[in-house]
Design a protein around this ligand. Structure first.
Ligand SMILES: [Zn+2]
Length: 571
């Protein structure tokens, strides 16, 4: 597919030329250019440009990054300038709730970084795309592309202020020399002719499966896979790609103890085609697929290496507890059934969850809290804990429910940390599933945000299980919800002793991860990672221990009042 678009492109822009370009564009602000969107990867120069533009417009005060505040305001001679960074919006429509609608419709100038994180924004007058001119050299010159989505005629005006030499036609395919010293290319951008830029590579090894992610800048990436035996190998060929340092990095990133990949080789198979060969430790079921841009990510090619024979979580779980069952305490009391608690640390792998101002990632702190709680539970005489993930990798929401059911969990506790656009929001909250709508708009928002996890974390191989999940949903959940509320109240009562409560009562909404119809399930938002003080607490070992102990007390209190019935087939 060929996409042709009119644009102005600067192929090599250093710091000085960026300032000159900002000044040129500034001469058209706030009219006819009153909304500018700034797009590009992290570190591609959006903020540097915004700063240069603000200086060019006479702003002399300190220029702050809106990364964490979402919006910063300045007063120019023509009125207010709003500098927005939507990177931290968790939902595409959160900008309306965050009060940005008023800002965007006000007079003055609006600079929007990460507009792709929002839906339904008013169209920008000028759209600026920042890229690195050379792959893997974020410090070097930039490639900058200007587009005018609202008014194509504006492009000519832009070209003029960028000191386009007289006589040149904006529709020319010729490369024109720009007064700024950069090269100005006006005309058609033909995508397939362009090489695929690799923006990042990541590997997430885990016993469930190993995932390799290649983040790139191209829609409709063309790739081919072959699974070979004797020895077992997976070959992935990618078109339009040239071997580069980022891709080579992948090879070194394979962990020595990766359960699936023994070694990886990457090479230029032929011009324009990169070949990756995974030498495998065991027969696998590969899933190779593209994912569209979402959240902080551009396009992703995902290579999931799953075991050919799917593991049964129950087997390994039972084995690990064999010792406990036949331990010295077994004969003491009348036979008491072991109660199994499924602990579900949210997010993981490609999905970092919410990120705090200091860079604390939700996926890390919730894993540590879950591990601390598992220790507490396992130390109890008649209880054992099962973790739906025990490392930094992504587990789809439906898979978490399925795992808990496979180990016949009696209770399910999903552990998270909240985020909100305002850093002031604070306190813990406990959620359960709702059958008919959410108990508040905030609860609905939270459920939608948490349910996004699959899109960000990435999966395609769970689709068979989707059907199962739907079947489960159709089963009655009334009893489950009643029990879940009891559990949630017991937990909320105990958490209230160690942290303030965001909401005093249990909230309900459609969380996908709480949908096991036969397991009382709660989702605990342990604190606001977006609140600087609570972020510090979430990182603190002591708070993690306190939270684990409070959750255990809540679980025990619930079990004392609601002893689990005996289950057949598992003791
Ligand atoms: Zn979460």
């Amino acid at each position: 597919m060929i996409v042709d678009r009119s644009c102005i492109r600067f192929n090599s822009v250093d710091e000085q030329r960026l300032g000159a370009l900002a000044a040129a564009i500034g001469s058209l602000c706030p009219k006819p250019v009153s909304i500018i969107s700034l797009r590009g990867h992290l570190g591609s120069g959006k903020t540097t440009f915004a700063r240069a533009l603000l200086r060019a417009l006479g702003i002399e005060s300190r220029i702050k990054s809106p990364s964490f505040s979402v919006a910063e305001q300045y007063e120019a001679t023509f009125g207010p300038i709003h500098h927005l960074d939507l990177y931290r919006l968790d939902r595409p429509d959160a900008w309306r709730a965050a009060g940005l609608r008023e800002i965007l419709s006000a007079e003055g100038l609006c600079l929007i970084e990460w507009p792709e994180r929002a839906e339904g924004l008013p169209a920008a007058d000028l759209d600026i795309l920042f890229e690195w001119a050379q792959e893997g050299s974020p410090e070097g010159p930039r490639r900058i592309t200007l587009q005018t989505p609202k008014d194509p005629a504006l492009l000519e005006q832009l070209a003029r202020v960028c000191k386009q030499p007289a006589g040149a036609e904006p529709s020319d395919r010729r490369e024109l020399l720009l007064g700024l010293g950069a090269t100005l290319l006006i005309g058609l951008v033909s995508r397939p002719a362009r090489a695929v830029d690799v923006l990042g590579v990541r590997i997430w090894p885990a016993s469930d499966y190993t995932r390799v992610t290649i983040e790139h800048d191209t829609a409709d990436l063309v790739f081919r896979t072959q699974l070979l035996t004797e020895p077992d190998r997976l070959v992935v060929d990618i078109d339009g790609m040239t071997l580069n340092p980022t891709l080579r990095e992948l090879v070194a990133r394979v962990a020595n103890n990766d359960p699936y990949i023994a070694a990886l080789r990457v090479g230029q198979f032929k011009p324009g085609v990169v070949r990756m060969v995974f030498d495998l430790r065991q027969p696998i079921r590969p899933q190779v697929y593209s994912m569209p841009p979402v959240a902080q990510y551009r396009h992703r090619l995902v290579v999931d290496l799953l075991p050919a024979q799917e593991q049964d979580p129950l087997m390994s779980f039972l084995q690990s507890y064999e010792q406990k069952k036949s331990g010295p305490n077994a004969g003491d009391a009348p036979v008491q059934r072991l109660v199994t608690i499924a602990l579900d640390p949210g997010h993981g792998g490609e999905d970092p969850g919410a990120i705090g101002k200091r860079g604390t990632r939700e996926k890390d702190v919730v894993l540590r809290m879950a591990q601390a709680l598992k220790k507490e539970i396992d130390a109890q005489p008649a209880m054992r804990a099962y973790l739906t993930r025990d490392a930094d990798y992504f587990v789809p929401l439906g898979k978490r429910v399925e795992k808990a059911r496979r180990v016949r969990a009696d209770l399910f506790v999903s552990i998270h940390a909240d985020a909100w656009v305002s850093p002031k929001a604070q306190g813990s909250s406990v959620y359960v599933l709702s059958e008919h709508g959410a108990t508040s708009a905030a609860a609905r928002w939270m459920a939608r945000k948490e349910n996004e996890s699959d899109k960000i974390g990435g999966f395609s191989w769970i689709s068979q299980d989707r059907q199962l999940a739907q079947t489960l949903l159709d089963m009655s959940t009334t009893a489950q919800i009643k029990d879940s509320i009891r559990l949630a109240r017991a937990v909320l009562g105990e958490i209230g002793d160690i942290n303030s409560l965001h909401k005093r009562q249990v909230e309900q909404a459609g969380f996908a991860v709480l949908k096991a119809p036969d397991i009382p399930s709660v989702l605990v938002e342990t604190a606001f990672i977006s609140n600087p003080e609570e972020e510090l607490r979430l990182r603190d070992d002591r708070y993690q221990q306190q939270m684990a102990k409070a959750l255990l007390r809540g679980i025990r209190r619930y079990l004392a009042q609601n002893p689990p019935l005996s289950k057949s087939g598992l003791t």
